[in-house]
Design a protein around this ligand. Structure first.
Ligand code: ADP
Ligand code: GLC
Length: 488
C-alpha cells in the first residue's frame, strides 16, 4: 500500500481561498477509499488549528526559518477523518485573515520562510521524523509546496539513497512564489541549487520552478491546461522547462473531480429544495428563493445568470460587464458573489445599484450562499482568460445550471457547446465560446437565451449535464498510477 503525504496550504472546510482547498479536501479521502495510505501536511494557520482541535505532539524542533521554535503535531481532519500533520511555528502562521497576504492584500514578505518551512517539514517526514509513519511519495500542491521536491533531492544526495518519490501538481501557473535572490541563503538548500537548472528564474528564487524542476512527476489539473502551459502564451517563461518534462514523459493532466458529499443537489443542506435530474423542475423553487434572498424581481421566466468567483483578471469578468446591458435588455438577471479586484468590485456594485431588480451583487466570501446561487441560477458564467481546471462549471453541471464558458483549460475539457449538431447528437451540456472577445461572449449569451426559449431542449441539456461523471475516484486512481512510477 503506497503511503503519500499531500503538502498543501489550504483545505476545505477549514481554510479556503479557491479551488485548491476543494481539491485538498477531496483527493486524499478518495485515495484512502482506494486503499492508499494518504495524509496531509498543513501550516498551522489559526483556522487550521481551530479545525483540528485535538492534536498530539509528534516532535519539537529548534528555531529555524525565523520562527522562535517549531513543533509538529498530528490530528485528523473533521468530516473526512484524513490524518493531518500541522506545523506550529510562533510568528510564522499565527496571523489573522488571508493565509498569504496582509490586510492591505500585500503578500507577506517572509512568505519564503513560511512556505519554505512547509516544504522542509515534508522532506523531514520523508526522512523519518515521525517514527510511526513515513511517506513513500510526497505530493506537493502549487508554489507553497514547490521546494519540497528540492529538499527531498538535497536530502537524497546527502544520504546517498532515495528517500521518497515526489509529485508536484500545478493548480495555477500564474502564482509562482518569486523572491529576491538573497532569500535563498536562509532556506538551507545546497548553493548549487540556485541555478538555471534548479530554483533560479531570472535571477530570482522561484518556488514554482523548484517544484517543476525537481519533482519526479509534474501534473496539472486538466489535460488541455497541461498542453497550454507548454506554449509561451500561457507558460510564463516556464514553457521550455514544461516542454522538456513533457518530452521525458513526466508531465500529465489529471482532471479534478466533484466531491458529492459537498456538491449534490439531492442532499445539499444549504439550498431551498433538494432535487435530482428526475425532479429538476423543483430547481425552480431554488431560483425563486434566490430571487427573494437577493432582492431580485421574482420572475420564473427571467433567465438567471450567476457568477461565483474570485474577481481577478484570470476570470475574464470584464466580458460579463460588457455583456450586461444586452443581458438585461433581453430580460435576464444576474447574481454575482465574489471578491478581489477593487475596480471589478466597484463596477459590479454600480451595476447592481443601477438595476436593483435585475442585478444582485454580494462582495465577499460566503460558502453557503455559493451553494444557493449555483442551485438557483439557470446559467453559471465562467468566461476565463485561462483556467487550469475550474470547479464552478462542474458544480453548475451537477446542479442543472448550464455553464457558459470560454474554450480554455479545464473548461474546454468539461463543457460541450449547445450547437445544433451537438444538441442533435445529444452531446451538448452548456455554452462555449472561443475568442476572448465581447462578440464571442455575446454570441454565446445569445445561444443561452435562444435555448432558454426552447424548454424541452433546455431540460434535456440540464439532465445530461447532471449525469456527467466528474469523479474523484477516477482522478485518485490516476494519481496512484503515477505514485507507482516515482516510488523508489
Ligand atoms: P479558482 O480556484 O481559480 O478560484 P475554481 O473554480 O477552481 O477557481 O474554484 C473556486 C472555488 O471557490 C469554488 O469552490 C467556488 O465555489 C469558490 N468560491 C469562489 N469565490 C467564492 C465566494 N466569493 N464565496 C464562496 N465561494 C467562492
Ligand atoms: C486553481 C485554478 C482552478 C482550479 C483549482 C483547483 O485555483 O485557478 O482552475 O480548478 O486551482 O485545481
Amino acid at each position: 500500500m503506497t503511503s503519500v503525504l499531500h503538502v498543501c496550504s489550504e483545505i476545505y472546510p477549514l481554510l479556503k481561498t479557491g479551488g485548491l482547498a476543494d481539491v485538498a479536501g477531496a483527493l486524499p479521502p478518495a485515495q484512502i477509499r482506494l486503499g492508499c495510505d494518504a495524509r496531509i501536511l498543513l501550516p498551522g494557520f489559526p483556522a487550521i488549528l481551530a479545525g483540528i482541535a485535538e492534536r498530539r505532539l509528534v516532535t519539537q524542533l529548534p528555531a529555524r526559518f525565523g520562527a522562535a521554535g517549531i513543533s509538529l503535531h498530528a490530528g485528523v481532519l473533521p468530516d473526512s477523518g484524513v490524518p493531518a500533520y500541522v506545523i506550529e511555528a510562533p510568528g510564522l502562521y499565527d496571523r489573522a485573515g488571508n493565509p498569504y497576504a496582509d490586510a492591505a492584500n500585500q503578500p507577506y514578505p517572509d512568505n519564503y520562510r513560511r512556505f519554505g518551512l512547509l516544504s522542509w517539514m515534508a522532506a523531514q517526514l520523508a526522512q523519518g521524523l515521525d517514527p510511526s509513519w513515513q511517506p513513500d511519495v510526497v505530493h506537493g500542491h502549487d508554489w507553497h509546496a514547490g521546494l519540497a521536491p528540492a529538499y527531498l533531492r538535497a536530502a537524497a544526495a546527502h544520504s546517498g539513497r532515495a528517500l521518497a518519490g515526489s509529485v508536484f501538481t500545478v493548480h495555477n501557473l500564474a502564482y509562482q512564489g518569486m523572491f529576491p535572490a538573497d532569500t535563498f541563503g536562509g532556506l538551507g538548500l545546497p548553493g548549487a541549487f540556485f541555478d538555471v537548472y534548479g530554483v533560479e528564474f531570472h535571477n530570482q528564487l522561484s518556488f514554482l520552478k523548484a517544484g517543476l524542476f525537481y519533482a519526479g512527476k509534474v501534473t496539472t489539473v486538466s489535460p488541455t491546461y497541461a498542453r497550454e502551459i507548454q506554449d509561451p502564451e500561457q507558460g510564463y517563461g516556464l514553457d521550455g522547462l514544461l516542454r522538456s518534462r513533457n518530452e521525458a514523459g513526466d508531465l500529465a493532466g489529471i482532471l479534478n473531480g466533484v466531491d458529492p458529499g459537498v456538491w449534490n443537489p439531492a442532499t445539499d443542506p444549504a439550498i431551498a429544495t433538494p432535487y435530482t435530474s428526475r425532479s429538476v423542475s423543483r430547481k425552480l423553487e431554488c431560483k425563486v428563493a434566490l430571487q427573494k434572498e437577493t432582492g431580485l424581481r421574482v420572475q420564473n421566466d427571467a433567465p438567471l445568470f450567476c457568477v461565483v468567483s474570485r474577481l481577478t483578471d484570470q476570470k475574464g469578468l470584464n466580458l460579463v460587464l460588457a455583456g450586461l446591458p444586452e443581458l438585461l435588455r433581453r430580460g435576464g438577471q444576474l447574481v454575482l458573489l465574489g471578491s478581489g479586484d477593487a475596480a471589478l468590485e466597484a463596477a459590479f456594485q454600480a451595476a447592481a445599484l443601477a438595476n436593483p431588480e435585475a442585478v444582485a451583487v454580494q462582495i465577499g466570501y460566503d460558502e453557503e450562499k455559493s451553494h444557493r446561487i449555483i442551485a438557483g441560477g439557470d446559467v453559471v458564467l465562467v468566461p476565463s482568460r485561462f483556467e487550469p481546471c475550474g470547479l464552478t462549471q462542474l458544480y453548475g453541471l451537477r446542479y442543472g445550471t448550464l455553464p457558459l464558458v470560454r474554450r480554455v483549460g479545464g473548461l474546454a475539457d468539461t463543457v460541450v457547446d449547445c450547437s445544433l449538431e451537438n444538441i442533435g447528437d445529444e452531446l451538448a451540456t452548456g455554452f462555449v465560446f472561443d475568442a476572448f472577445s465581447e462578440d464571442a461572449f455575446m454570441a454565446a449569451l445569445r445561444r443561452a437565451f435562444a435555448l432558454y426559449g426552447r424548454k424541452r431542449d433546455w431540460t434535456q441539456v440540464q439532465k445530461r449535464g447532471m449525469k456527467q461523471e466528474f469523479s474523484w475516484d477516477i482522478a485518485a486512481q490516476k494519481y496512484l498510477a503515477l505514485y507507482e512510477q516515482v516510488t523508489p
